[in-house]
Design a protein. Sequence first.
Length: 462
Amino acid sequence: MIQCAIISLGCPKNLVDSEQMLGLLKKNGIQITQNIENADVVIINTCGFLSASREESLANIHTLEMWRRDPSHPLRALIVAGCLVSRDREALVDACPDVDVFLDVFSREEIFNVLQTILSKDVSDVPSQNFLPLFSGVPGHVAADTHRHPLLPPHVAYLKIAEGCNRRCAFCAIPLIRGPYVSKPLPEIISEAKNLAASGVKEIILIAQDTTVYGKDLKTPDGSPQNTTLAQLLAALSEIDAIRWIRVMYLYPQNFGDDLIDAFASLPKVLPYIDIPLQHINDRVLKDMCRNTTRAATLELLEKLYARIPHLAVRTAFIVGFPGETQAEYNELLAFIRKQKFQRLGVFEFSPEEGTAAAEMPRSVPEKTIKKRAETIMKVQRDISAAWLRSLIGKKMDILLDVAAENASPVGQNTFIGRSIYDAPEIDGCVYVTGENLHVGDIISCEIIDSYEYDLIAVPVS
């Protein structure tokens, strides 16, 4: 039996695409394996968002190309898919001649047909960039995710509710890669969520490039607006009994209306965890970033969120070193972070991305200055995070157990690594839970007994 492995790089949206491709192959008799070195087929689902992610993708491709050229290696097919293909297309084909085929983000449904064609060749054939064309799908649609092979623990899953983006933030290349914003129909999302729940998923994480504008593009058969909103979607998902936690990622400050705030405040399954990338706080920088918001609007929104949503934690992200960012503007951002004390925060060093407006702006901030600014913010945030986590000691919280960690735990035997309602997979901290008769996938009530800079330690309580 043909065995296929995947290297999935980049964001959760890419992970869903990877799971869908594997599911389609599995449906057609291909065995899925985690053993990349011994796989007959390897798919590299690439990220093309930032220069560092592109370099990581290329490094993986070139390593697998060496395997593909080695007659003694079992690798029979190397497929490169995803955002880097959509972004660089022909240049990537020229740079990677030992890849059998390239699939952009809108061509993932072709995966089995493509693999059949590759494997129909004689096994001794040398791959050629002329063997198969570059598969480029048509932007402007969002495919159903109905055949997924899970790459996360079976109790948690991302649920893609839209594809693409209509925003034109000056620093971001996503609209160039994934096309215009297209919402997945609400009944389709509910069906996918029910299937995930039936498979054992307890936490679903809604993702899109911008979840706040979900549904605004949906039309009735006669072309009238459906008036579907993210708040309505959250209410409908909350009716699925087996789903315990609903987490929402990539909420933007614009379009965060009162109905959505009410949904977070009133729906028990919707976690009081808001991931809202603010990018900056200085008005001039925000204008140059094309963020369509202001410092005053940001402060007003944050005040409303904290006032109306009980026990809220906010995750955000900022960019330092954007073209033209002065020391005074950076100082304003740093003071804002110190005052707001965000529970979760990440910082990006500005990277000029080809095809974006910011790439054409004069780069006035030296690399060393950018790096120092990012390091300073993260040092400040470490102290903020540590203080917030210390404030949780003695409190009772529900913890979802992700994996047993007897050999990796800093707190001893019979320990599991879990997450609280404030911890998204892979990007936030974790909770070490020690106790007897615990099982992966359980959501258990715990008391927090200690903390680190980003992680917590807990014990079960009855």
